[in-house]
Write a protein that binds this ligand. Structure first.
Ligand code: RET
Length: 246
C-alpha cells in the first residue's frame, strides 16, 4: 500500500466513526422515549457512550489530519481516555439489562469498573512504549499481558452474569443474549489483537506501516461495533423486555 493510500484508509474509517457515533446518538435518544422507566437506563447509557465517542472521534480525526499535514505525532491518548470513560458504561448497561438481583448487580458493576480502569491504564502504558518486533520480554508485550489479565476477568464476570440471567428470560431474549455473547468476544477481542499487530507485522510478512494502519483501522471498526452495534442489541433487549413482565 502506498503511504497515501494507507493514510487515506485510516482517514476514511475515522470519518465513518464520526458519522456512526453521531447518528446512533440521535437514534438512542429518540428510542429511549418509548421504553418503560425500568428499561430506559441501559439505552440512555448507550447514548452517553456514543456521544463521548463522537467527541473523541472528532479529536482523533483532527489529530490524524495534523499528523498528515504537519507530521505532528498522532495522539493515541484520545482513544484511551475514551475507553476509560466508555468501557465502564458499556459494562454497566449490560449488567442493567440482565436484571440480576440488586446485590449481584451492584457487585458486578463496581468490580468491573475497577477491572476496566486497570485494563486500560496498564494497556496505555504499553501502548506508549516503543514498538519493537515481537519479543516476550518487551515492555509492550508485558504491559499487554498485564492488561489482558483484567480483560479476562471482565469477560468472565460478564459471561457469568449472562449465564445467571439467561435461564429466566423468554426465548427471543435468550437468543439475543447468545448473540450478545458472541459480539462481546468478537468485538472486544479485536482490541488486544490490534494492539499487538504493529509488533508482529514483521513476523506476518507485513511492513511496519501496514501494522500501524491495521491497528488504527482495527481499533476504529471495533469501536463502531462495540458502541453503536452493541448498543443496538441492548436496545433490542430493552424493547423486548418492555413488552414482557420479565
Ligand atoms: C488493550 C491493551 C492490550 C491488552 C488488552 C487491551 C484491551 C482493550 C479493550 C478495549 C475495549 C474497548 C471498548 C471500547 C468501546 O467503547 C487496552 C488494547 C486486552 C478490551 C469496548
Amino acid at each position: 500500500m502506498s503511504p497515501q493510500d494507507a493514510y487515506q484508509l485510516v482517514y476514511n474509517f475515522m470519518s465513518l466513526a464520526i458519522a456512526a457515533m453521531g447518528a446512533s446518538f440521535f437514534f438512542f435518544v429518540s428510542a429511549r422515549g418509548s421504553l418503560k422507566e425500568g428499561n430506559r437506563m441501559a439505552v440512555t447509557l448507550s447514548a452517553v457512550v456514543v456521544l463521548i465517542a463522537f467527541y473523541h472521534y472528532v479529536r482523533i480525526f483532527d489529530s490524524w489530519v495534523a499528523f498528515g499535514t504537519t507530521g505532528a505525532p498522532f495522539n493515541e491518548a484520545y482513544r484511551y481516555v475514551d475507553w476509560l470513560l466508555t468501557v465502564p458504561l458499556l459494562v454497566a448497561e449490560l449488567v442493567l439489562v440482565l436484571k440480576l438481583d440488586k446485590k449481584l448487580e451492584s457487585t458486578l458493576i463496581k468490580r468491573n469498573v475497577v477491572y476496566a480502569f486497570l485494563m486500560i491504564a496498564t494497556g496505555y502504558v504499553g501502548e506508549m512504549t516503543e514498538i519493537t518486533s515481537v519479543d516476550l520480554a518487551s515492555p509492550r508485550t508485558i504491559w499487554g499481558a498485564i492488561s489482558s489479565v483484567f480483560f479476562v476477568l471482565i469477560l468472565r464476570d460478564l459471561f457469568g452474569g449472562i449465564d445467571a440471567s439467561i435461564k429466566k428470560q423468554s426465548k427471543d431474549i435468550q437468543g439475543i443474549f447468545k448473540i450478545l455473547r458472541v459480539v462481546l468476544i468478537a468485538t472486544w477481542g479485536v482490541y488486544p489483537i490490534a494492539y499487538l499487530l504493529p509488533a508482529v507485522a514483521g513476523n506476518l510478512g507485513l511492513t511496519a506501516q501496514d501494522g500501524l494502519v491495521l491497528k488504527q483501522v482495527g481499533y476504529t471498526i471495533a469501536d463502531i461495533l462495540a458502541k453503536p452495534g452493541y448498543g443496538l442489541l441492548i436496545w433490542k433487549i430493552a424493547t423486548l423486555k418492555n413488552g414482557s413482565s420479565k
